[in-house]
Design a protein around this ligand. Structure first.
Ligand SMILES: [Cu+2]
Length: 171
């Protein structure tokens, strides 16, 4: 009975890992980890409308605090899986810091810019180059992110398959 439950859980996890990245890509949501004592990645560029979520990944308490007073998470306890989200609608460069660790260089920037801007498609250079047109057409997240997600999902799925197979042979 427990083994069957384990198998069902594994299957459900596989389905989740296969479909969840697609959902993330559509929602254009981005995660930044709060490590001891730095943001990872510290500098990101996102499309307007992107929700950025900072996730506590360290043992020290951290904050994500906008220099312009746009957002302030308050202290997120170390060792917790606490998080804070903010949606960036306006283009621009937004700098932020961690209150206790600013002096240690725990700072970051969120650059909000549209990669599929009308300016770039109207430019003769962009339309002449097939690469630029292709990039402008795909409004999705940057390719490296998709590759990372796909690689992570593949790794996780193969691990789960190995687990399920091992459970089956032990019957
Ligand atoms: Cu900090």
């Amino acid at each position: 009975m427990a083994k069957r439950l384990l198998r069902l859980t594994a299957l459900w996890l596989m389905a989740f890992l296969v479909f969840a990245p697609a959902a993330w890509a559509q929602g254009q949501d981005v995660t930044v980890r709060m490590e001891d004592n730095f943001f990872a990645p510290a500098d990101i560029t996102v499309e307007p409308g992107t929700t950025v979520t900072w996730v506590q990944s360290g043992n020290n308490g951290h904050t994500t605090t906008s220099y312009d007073g746009l957002w302030d998470s308050g202290m997120i306890a170390g060792g917790s899986d606490g998080s804070f989200s903010f949606t960036f609608d306006e283009p621009g460069t937004f700098e932020y810091f961690c209150i206790p660790h600013e002096q240690l260089g725990m700072v970051g920037t969120v650059t909000v810019a549209s990669t599929a801007s009308p300016t770039s498609t109207a430019s003769p250079t962009a339309t002449a180059s097939p690469t630029a047109t292709a990039l402008a057409d795909t409004g999705g997240p940057p390719v490296p992110l998709l590759v990372t997600l796909a690689a992570t999902a593949t790794l996780a799925v193969s691990g789960l398959v190995a687990l399920v197979l091992r459970g089956r042979s032990a019957d």
